[in-house]
Design a binder for this molecule. Structure first.
Ligand code: GLA
Length: 414
């Protein structure tokens, strides 16, 4: 599959190259005709290809006939009885919806616990906990666990590049920048962990430490540059010293479980363990964007962390519907895929939970990324809040794992 993507990429690159060469030829009298001809041929070919790529496909929603029945049922009590966290990203509006709190026993605030959101007007120093607090309190009042996401995130790009720490550090003489950043982080992490003590007891301490472009290397983010390459260990130790009761996770996005990147993540975690760094678990984000992972590899990968004595969670799950297009019913296939992940996770007692990076298909972060062919529709409820086959699959699985199987006939009668 990866080689297929590489091939498409190479073909596209060649076409663009031909386009550029034709453009140059068009300005060269001798070859003008050839240039014009090949320019327009390639241009139209690219246009057709991109139209084909960007026009969303539509798949039949056979599941709608079952929606009314499925809307009456929920799986949270089964997950609770298995002590398994099944969660979603959510704000107050989502959490207060019965479809949310009757199914999910865990919530992750999407952005509200990130540094840029907590500093008032993104200015370092003064905090505004109001948005985050309202999510945390409304979750806790419904007995929903909150995952803290994330204390440190080096990506801080685009809208999240707030506050801009590099900019902040420029006001300090070079030799003082390392201390300045450490002091800032110490105050920040102390403030957060104290503020949420007893409320949030699992945190992604460092999010996405690996570089996206250079397989297997740590990203040379502001923390790496000023605190040194063992900044991760330092921050975990700091967090543990502030609140020894809180569970500390390292969270990362991986696209395969048998490549350089996944190996680097494992080696990073193993090194932390070898150095007695207080890490409790790993978060495997699981944004499934380009291709479906090999699930046997995923299962073995998870077990490698278990062997280190660590917990694991799938922290940001979403598999784009388009990836299942070759199946007669993509919605069903997507559901079965989630069902397999649940089975793998539940079979491993150290896998504590699965969180979807969205509640309904109304709000999906992929939708803003126009270069992905739609439909994305990765979540358990569709845009009209109808439960999808993925919901049904999880419902059935939870029932089965908690020893309460029902027959198909019973199911249809709901
Ligand atoms: C990463 C981050 C999340 C979120 C997503 C995009 O996975 O960990 O917090 O920003 O990207 O929505």
């Amino acid at each position: 599959m990866e080689s297929k993507i590489a091939l498409i990429f190479v073909i596209l690159l060649c076409l663009i190259l031909v386009l550029i060469i034709s453009l140059v030829l068009m300005f060269w009298k001798r070859f003008r005709k050839t240039g014009v001809r090949s320019f327009f041929s390639v241009f139209f070919l690219l246009l057709i290809l991109s139209l084909f790529h960007f026009i969303p496909r539509h798949f039949k929603r056979d599941y709608l006939s079952k929606s009314a029945g499925l809307s009456q049922i929920s799986f949270r009590s089964y997950a609770d009885s298995l002590h398994f966290y099944i969660g979603s990203v959510g704000n107050v509006e989502a959490i207060t919806n019965p479809k949310f709190y009757n199914n999910f026993n865990s919530v992750t605030p999407e952005n509200e616990l990130k540094m840029g959101a907590l500093f008032k007007n993104s200015e370092i120093g003064e905090y505004d906990f109001s948005h985050a607090d309202s999510i945390v309190n409304s979750a806790l009042s419904r007995n929903i666990r909150v995952r803290g996401h994330a204390l440190v995130w080096g990506k801080l790009s685009g809208v999240f590049k707030r506050p801009d720490l590099d900019h902040y550090l420029k006001d300090f003489p070079i030799e003082e920048r390392s201390n300045a950043l450490w002091n800032l982080m110490r105050n920040y992490i102390t403030t957060l962990l104290k503020h949420y003590k007893g409320k949030i007891y699992v945190w992604d301490v460092v999010n996405e430490p690996l570089d996206f472009r250079k397989a297997g290397e740590l990203e040379k983010n502001v923390y790496y540059r000023y605190l040194g390459e063992n900044y991760i260990a330092r921050i975990f130790r700091l967090a543990h010293s502030i609140d020894p009761d809180v569970k500390l996770y390292l969270n990362e996005q991986l696209n395969s479980y048998d490549d350089k990147r996944s190996e680097a993540f494992y080696n990073l975690v193993r090194k932390l363990k070898d150095d007695n760094v207080p890490i409790n678990g790993v978060g495997i984000q699981s944004h499934i964007i380009y291709m479906l992972p090999n699930l046997d590899e995923f299962e073995s990968y998870l077990q490698k962390f278990t062997a280190l004595g660590l917990e694991a969670e799938i922290t940001e799950l979403d598999a784009r519907l388009i990836l299942f297009r070759k199946n007669p019913d993509p919605y069903k296939a997507q559901g079965e895929f989630y069902g397999s992940l649940l089975r793998i996770c539940i079979n491993n007692p150290f896998c504590r939970g699965i969180t979807f990076w969205g509640f309904t298909d109304n709000h999906c972060w992929f939708d803003n990324l126009i270069w992905f062919t739609k439909p994305n529709e990765p979540y358990l409820f569709d845009k009209d809040m109808n439960p999808k086959p993925a919901f049904e699959e999880l419902y059935r699985s939870f029932q089965r794992y908690s020893g309460q199987t029902i027959s198909d006939n019973d199911f249809i009668n709901y």
